[in-house]
Design a protein around this ligand. Sequence first.
Ligand SMILES: Cc1cc2nc3c(=O)[nH]c(=O)nc-3n(C[C@H](O)[C@H](O)[C@H](O)COP(=O)(O)OP(=O)(O)OC[C@H]3O[C@@H](n4cnc5c(N)ncnc54)[C@H](O)[C@@H]3O)c2cc1C
Length: 383
Amino acid sequence: MRYDLILTGGGMAGLSFLYQLRQAGLTGLRVLILDREEKRSNDRTWCYWETGTGPFEAIVYRSWDQVRVHGGPEKPLHLPLRGYRYKMVRGIDFYRFMDRFIREDPMTERRVAEMRAIRDGGEEVEVETDQGTFKALQVMDSTWRPPMETPGRHHLLQHFFGKVIVTPAPVFDPGWPDLMHFGIPQENQCRFMYILPLAPDRALVEFTVFSESLLDRPEYEQVLDGYVRGQLGQTGWEVEETEFGVIPMTDEPIREKISDRVMRIGTAGGYTNPATGFTFARTQKRIAELVRHFRTTGQWDAPRASWQWRFGLYAAVMLNVLEQKRAPAPELFYDLYRKNPIDRVFRFLDGESSFGEEVRLMQSMAIRPFLLAGADVLRRRIF
Ligand SMILES: Cc1cc2nc3c(=O)[nH]c(=O)nc-3n(C[C@H](O)[C@H](O)[C@H](O)COP(=O)(O)OP(=O)(O)OC[C@H]3O[C@@H](n4cnc5c(N)ncnc54)[C@H](O)[C@@H]3O)c2cc1C
């Protein structure tokens, strides 16, 4: 059988693609989803900010209209989100929601299969797997990952280990997630705690690092447990769940369109913000554009706004500042949130700010590290 569309990778991007396709009324396309896993565990938590509601509002587990940022031991910044909400979707809720959705969709088939190759033959695409070869008019691939080896580009990793813990005492304020808490030893890297409070005695507590290589697994746990013991003053807490993740932070050129009938989406399509690792909301937005474009033109490759290139350049400069340690990361991020209204920061990170806002943002940051970084980015790209 030939499918209209094969989604190689049925994770966040693949499943979001199917959902948005159907929500847009494109219910007649025959779709096959291929993934090596069945997606039965709560393997990740997605957080994102948005104004209004997005496609997965029904499964938002928690949301907040304020966040905190701690630059170090000094008092934290309390930041009302000015029209945005910071939302949390649990992986398991997303996968179950999509399981139910797919069960009721007669035009979608899902298979557990290891994808081996994608071949665009011009008239159709062949996807070779350990369960056989499948054919389609179009493939959206979310299995690919950037090689992180292009010379002259930045290749940082955002890596984190988190636990949902239940503490003996009520030490969390459910109204205030901690976006970045730099009050831990930096060890010459960028290290912070990220805390999503779920109840006074329950939270996802995550130790996050931006660096070039991963730590040994026990070190993540030591730092995390040390924080709960030392700064929250707790002993004997329970662990409900753990999560470990690595997100590429890179300015490597990533192509979305691979051939006439093959595109990459999600992390594979370059939808991750290189400087923050946030991918969920950007994926929803880009998929909405692709689906809208297909509905009106019958073509998948919706053009991107040409002025978007400048956000890639800003991200590269930020990566350079972090990679070359041109300024202490706690000061950098603390300044960003202290000197700018948070809606300006969010619009900037979403690639939706005006040029005037970007100038004001730049003026608020230490000028020297960014000038040096900008010069280095240009030097690397030219030579
Ligand atoms: C633990 C964790 C937490 C995160 N938290 C956030 C967050 O809070 N906010 C945010 O914006 N982003 C977050 N991210 C980043 C990003 O949103 C996620 O990585 C997201 O899942 C990316 O979606 P994706 O579809 O590109 O990749 P995935 O969701 O990883 O989907 C890719 C799929 O491809 C399948 N696959 C891979 N290779 C093959 C193969 N050869 N054959 C068959 N199947 C294959 C995998 O099994 C997987 O299901 C997080 C990432 C991780 C790892």
